[in-house]
Design a protein around this ligand. Structure first.
Ligand code: AMP
Ligand code: MN
Ligand code: MN
Ligand code: MN
Length: 305
């Protein structure tokens, strides 16, 4: 663990356009807590999700499952907690995220995977610090550690430090100038392949879902090649809906889900109550013709509400 300080600031993303269709879903299968780069503790996330009308909540922190026990304890029958994770992987030089849903937390493979990912994160944090130092930025590692209260230190924690120390005006600018794709702080060669992450998820009897496909800013040809790769790696689902998105994006991703025989998932990717992140359960609707991924576990053994 790198730090236990409790200071928080907020991340910022673009606000959704007013024309997008939205609704509140009782399934939210992608959320974050302070165990990675979210701003609410697992208990606070559960309380907010209950208020929002969410009935099935997957806690999917980056490369850690540390928040799930607390979320389950806090839920106490009011909401179904689905143990999840968002694994960082690398595909053709792109940082691709793979969600694992409905995990068996007792899996030794999963526990080792989490340890390995967190070790990578700590090594990466050192490299980010060195790279920022070369650009004249002092104290970045200690500054980021102050904002990282979980096991999973990441670029958002560096971003908060860069804002605090007045190197940039806001989080977006920190990513644009220093941490985003192709910038000095974008250190990605250490992440495992998609195949490895899917194998880890399968070892924990979970379902592997390709996270927010539209976020990678790929051409349609390259996106299809990513989805094809994911299917060959034995991934089973794709996020057809990620937060509030334009209807044409939902339609296109749903078409890909059908074309590649993938189940449809949906999640807010909630991180914080401020600065444009969607609230838990606040999602565009899944198309009625989609095959929701939860049918897979509701048919089997998972607790129902
Ligand atoms: P990492 O897991 O350390 O690679 O950092 C990736 C995380 O950074 C994502 O999960 C987002 O939460 C956050 N992020 C990426 N781009 C931006 C951005 N432009 N503005 C705010 N947060 C971002
Ligand atoms: Mn994040
Ligand atoms: Mn992600
Ligand atoms: Mn996420």
């Amino acid at each position: 663990m790198l730090s236990t300080n409790k200071i928080r600031t907020q991340t910022s993303l673009k606000k959704p356009s007013a024309t997008t269709m939205m609704s509140f879903m009782c399934y939210d299968l992608h959320t974050h807590t302070t165990c990675s780069d979210g701003s609410l503790s697992p208990s606070q996330l559960v309380e907010l999700s209950v208020t929002q009308g969410v009935k099935h909540l997957a806690v999917t922190d980056h490369d850690t499952v540390a928040g799930i026990v607390e979320a389950e304890q806090c839920a106490s029958g009011r909401i179904n907690i689905i143990p999840g994770i968002e694994f960082s992987t690398l595909w053709k030089g792109i940082n691709v995220h793979v969600i694992g849903l409905n995990l068996n937390l007792g899996s030794k493979v999963l526990q080792q995977a989490v340890q390995q990912q967190n070790a990578i994160r700590e090594q990466r944090a050192l490299i980010i610090d060195q790279r920022l130092q070369k650009l004249g930025i002092e104290g970045a590692l200690m500054g980021a550690q102050k904002f990282s209260t979980g096991d999973s230190i990441g670029r958002p924690h560096f971003a908060r430090y860069l804002v605090e120390a007045n190197y940039v005006k806001n989080i977006n600018q920190a990513f644009d100038k220093y941490l985003g794709a192709g910038k000095a702080g974008d250190v990605k060669h250490q992440w495992p392949s998609i195949d490895t992450a899917v194998e880890w998820i399968h070892s924990a009897r979970g379902l592997a879902v390709l996270a927010h496909p539209q976020r990678y800013k790929l051409t349609q040809t390259k996106l299809k090649s990513l989805i094809q790769y994911f299917v060959e790696a034995k991934g089973i689902g794709i996020e057809v809906v990620s937060g509030i998105q334009e209807p044409y994006v939902t339609k296109q991703l749903n078409d890909y889900a059908h074309q590649f025989n993938l189940l449809a998932s949906c999640g807010s990717d909630f991180h914080s109550t401020e600065n444009g992140w969607q609230l838990p359960g606040k999602l565009s609707s899944l198309p009625s013709a989609s095959r929701p991924i939860w049918e897979r576990w509701e048919q089997s053994n998972t607790p129902t509400m």
